[in-house]
Design a binder for this molecule. Structure first.
Ligand code: MN
Length: 447
């Protein structure tokens, strides 16, 4: 039995005003769609595509079913764009991974259309499984430009294949044997445009929780520029098909050297690079809680080697990670203190009048109290015993509580006066003898 654990995160980034990316994260199906097209077209395309994919895959949960589900999503998006002129030309990328059982064996089926990517992190190595369907990638394949030139090429965003732009689309499909400890990363180009694969691998190597890893990757891409929507799904294989004695269940395990099955126009499509995965990859882990120690040891060794090989670049990214994490902590602390400062009111005597302030007595750390109400109540209207406390300030939780406190003092004083002298002018009329608690507001800073 194969067991997966996942986490996902998405962010609009720092430049775009809307998020046209979508992530899918169910128990067995994971996907990232990066929509494109003006007038909400990108959002519509991505939404239609993932909804159709989810339903269609649900009715045929297999590798072929996943690929057909992408074709079905393509049809739905394309027809919708033909029926709605304002959405004409909309489209989306789609990279998806699903746990399927084929011939009694668990397999990760992986599909792709467009330039969102799927990676496999296996034994400390990050390998890109999908092939970008972009002009730049085709130029790399034809030898016109190098991989590093492609990363900054002006045509890197021009897609040669997308979902929904034509009535038919070719879907790349891979089948990969899930191995305990493997991590699959699905992401939109908003991640890979900002972070290099070394940086992505660094996060995957050091952050065991998939949700935390997804969050951190998105935050790192934001910090690195965030010029596009960023979406990440991290899927961990926490349990695989192999029994503890290392013998595969149900006999022989066929080598899953990445079956690249192109549908429809398979002939004119380039072959995606093979992903090594087979019986050799099966590692049997001792003990009931083997995953973390094994991971840690492996990471340590790999990281040591890579650090030695690369020198200072790693330090730079580690510093970035540190800054991002520290930033999050400082932000959190700032808002906690500010919340403490602003989530309070107090009553204080100012020029013989009782005033209500927003903030903390004596001023908060980050928030200077603001006068919010002149009550119109003077020290003569309240019991004398309350005055010293009010000179310092009486803290209350809310404006209502502060007002109630003032009204209470006034009522107490009123009762005391009338008990002594029932014929005083304020005591003869019923119920109207109380001076009103004022409603004047102002935003003057406290003295
Ligand atoms: Mn994008």
């Amino acid at each position: 039995m194969t067991l997966l654990r996942s986490g996902s995160a998405t962010d609009t980034g720092l430049v775009r005003s809307v998020n046209q990316d979508l992530a899918v994260e169910t128990g067995t199906l994971f996907a990232v769609a990066d929509g494109m097209g003006g007038h909400a077209g990108g959002e519509v395309a991505a939404r239609l595509a993932v909804d159709t994919l989810t339903v269609a895959f649900g009715s045929k949960p297999s590798g072929a079913g996943l690929s057909e589900a992408v074709n079905e999503a393509n049809r739905v998006v394309h027809e919708h764009s033909l029926d709605n002129p304002e959405l004409r030309g909309m489209g989306t990328t789609m990279t998806a991974a699903a746990l399927v059982n084929e011939d009694g064996r668990d397999v990760i089926a992986l599909v792709n259309v467009g330039d969102s990517r799927s990676y496999r992190y296996h034994e400390g190595e990050l390998t890109q499984i999908t092939v970008d369907h972009s002009l730049a990638e085709e130029m790399v394949r034809s030898g016109e430009i190098s991989e590093s030139e492609a990363a900054v090429h002006p045509h890197r965003h021009i897609l040669t294949r997308a979902l929904g732009v034509a009535d038919d689309v070719t879907v790349d499909l891979w089948r990969i044997q899930p191995t305990r400890g493997d991590r699959f990363l699905l992401c939109s180009d908003g991640l890979t445009n900002e972070l290099g694969s070394e940086q992505i691998a660094e996060v995957l190597a050091t952050v065991p929780d998939p949700q935390v890893a997804a969050d951190l990757l998105v935050r790192a891409a934001r910090t690195h520029g965030g010029s596009d929507n960023i979406t990440v799904v991290v899927v961990d294989v926490v349990l695989d098909d192999e029994p503890d004695d290392g013998a595969p269940i149900g006999g022989e395990v066929p080598a899953v050297a990445a079956v690249a099955a192109d549908f429809r126009t398979a002939a004119d499509e380039p072959e995606p690079p093979p992903v090594a995965a087979g019986p050799d990859d099966v590692e049997v882990l001792p003990g009931p809680e083997p995953l973390r120690p094994k991971f840690r040891d492996r990471w340590r060794a790999r990281r040591k080697a890579r650090r030695a090989a690369r020198g200072r670049r790693l330090v730079t990214f580690r510093t970035l990670l540190f800054v991002v994490l520290l930033g999050a902590i400082v932000f959190g602390a700032y808002y906690a203190v500010r919340w403490y400062d602003t989530n309070a009111y107090y009553v204080q005597v100012n020029d013989n009048e009782l005033m209500i302030f927003h903030g903390r007595v004596g001023g908060g750390v980050l928030y200077k109290p603001v006068e919010v109400e002149r009550t119109g109540v003077t020290t003569a209207d309240i019991p004398a015993y309350a005055v010293p406390g009010l000179v310092t300030g009486i803290q209350e939780d809310s404006l209502k509580a502060a007002q109630a406190y003032v009204a209470g003092l006034v009522a107490t004083q009123h009762q005391a006066v009338c008990a002594q002298n029932p014929f005083a002018p304020a005591c003869t009329a019923t119920g109207t003898g109380l001076p009103p608690v004022g409603t004047t507001t102002s935003t003057t800073r406290a003295p």
